[in-house]
Write a protein that binds this ligand. Structure first.
Ligand code: SAM
Length: 296
């Protein structure tokens, strides 16, 4: 099996010129050109020869080469068809990599894991296209894709959002979803000069290790996340008004008021002040009291 040949600016420029590749801004293309960062990502992902890795957006295959060395099998999903011939060349030395030319948001990842890994949890590793970080992560968690961990490069600000709690302006639906499903850990901050072309913002590598069981008991996950989204959609409003105004929830006001009172935080509390545990309690109370709840 080959050793990685990419991961520095010269090699990247060489291959891009050979194929006359032009970067597509709409696909969030910022390729990694720093071997130290690549080593750090691979180490943080703790990949072994047992593992199947799903890579989202392999680009020219830089990180894919490192992943192929460490893993049993790598499946890489790339939307840009202009990169496919490049990947054929850069990954030709590896017999454990397959490339799928598709939009990852349209792919049934759970089915892919079932087919390629017998339904066992996969590891997701990626330098994510920043314009779709949240839908990718939320999609994996909310659709119960069997993943063990997700180790990804994201915008620094998004990594902060995933880790934070009440009291921070960054706290929101993404923080709560990530922390309900996984334990976040920021592995490294990465400056713009580690990419080609340079992004305008700082980046960070974050590892999300999936909980075996979520840290709080929730009767109806979908309801809790609908409540969370409704609370943060109208950040400036009180929690009661935010939930009352939601077309999706359609809850009687007395059910909302009862649940909020149970929190003991006053009627004027805002959603952004609630912890995950409090959102769980709120949604469990609403789940048993809303008109269509099936009791007993
Ligand atoms: N992994 C490469 C690296 O680190 O050098 C490239 C990372 S670049 C930030 C993001 C990659 O995701 C690009 O190759 C881009 O074409 C691809 N991409 C963007 N949107 C995608 C989508 N919806 N589905 C799959 N790949 C996508």
């Amino acid at each position: 099996m080959s050793k990685p040949t990419l991961g520095n600016p010269q090699k990247t420029i060489e291959i891009l010129q050979k194929y006359q590749f032009t970067f597509q801004k709409k696909f969030g293309q910022n390729f990694l050109i720093d071997t130290h960062v690549l080593d750090k990502i691979i180490r943080a992902a703790e990949i072994s020869k047992e593992d199947m890795v799903l890579e989202i957006g392999p680009g020219i295959g830089t990180m894919t080469q490192y992943l192929a060395e460490a893993a049993r099998q790598v499946v890489a999903v790339e939307i840009d068809r202009n990169l496919i011939p490049i990947l054929s060349e850069t990954l030709s030395g590896y017999d454990n990599v397959s490339v799928i030319n598709e939009d990852v948001l349209k792919l049934d990842i759970a089915k892919l894991a079932e087919r390629e890994n017998g339904g066992r949890p996969v590891k997701v590793v990626a330098n994510l296209p920043y314009y779709i970080t949240t839908p990718i992560i939320m999609g994996i968690f909310e659709n119960h894709v069997p993943v063990e961990s997700i180790t990804v490069m994201v915008q620094k600000e998004v990594a902060d959002r995933m880790q934070t709690g009440p009291g921070s302006k960054d706290y929101g639906a993404l923080s709560l979803a990530v922390q309900y499903y996984a334990k976040p850990y920021i592995v490294a901050n990465v400056p713009p000069n580690c990419f080609m072309p340079r992004p305008k913002v700082g980046s960070a590598v974050i590892r999300l290790t999936r909980h075996d069981t979520p840290p709080v008991h929730v009767q109806d996950e979908r309801l809790m996340f609908d409540i969370i989204r409704a609370s943060f959609n109208q950040r400036r409003k009180t929690l009661v008004n935010g939930l009352n105004n939601s077309d999706r929830l359609k809850l009687p006001k007395e059910v909302i008021i009862h649940a909020v009172e149970q929190l003991g935080k006053g009627a004027g509390v805002r959603g952004e002040a609630l912890t995950l545990r409090e959102f769980a309690a709120l949604s469990n109370d609403i789940a048993t009291r809303r008109p269509d709840s099936r009791k007993g």
